[in-house]
Design a protein around this ligand. Structure first.
Ligand SMILES: [Zn+2]
Length: 103
């Protein structure tokens, strides 16, 4: 049986907030290099309409979509510069990037 660890909500909020700010800095750096952001935060209703994953990180502000402006993997450096681990998913007409955690 694994122990249940309770994290105070204020800590969750602080972790999310700092991760969100670092993510925004990474996105800004990517934009300065010519990457165009085509998607960011979306409401659960909007997520449903566009057929997003039910647990999509777009709904918590930790996923972005970029128009292809080069090899998808090139996006990783902006996030690792902010000490963030990301999952990069090349889609048909865009690249989905979501924050997995902190390096
Ligand atoms: Zn996406």
């Amino acid at each position: 049986m694994s122990p249940i660890i309770l994290i105070p909500p204020i800590l969750v909020l602080l972790l999310w907030g700092t991760t969100r700010l670092k993510s925004l800095a990474a996105v800004k750096a990517a934009q300065q290099d010519g990457w165009i952001v085509t998607g960011g935060w979306r409401s659960p209703a909007r997520n449903s309409v566009v057929g997003g994953h039910p647990q999509s990180k777009h709904m918590i502000g930790l996923a972005w979509d970029f128009r292809l402006a080069g090899p998808a993997e090139n996006l990783r450096k902006y996030f690792s510069a902010e000490k963030l681990l990301v999952r990069i998913v090349p889609e048909k007409d865009h690249v989905h990037v979501q924050v997995q955690g902190r390096a």
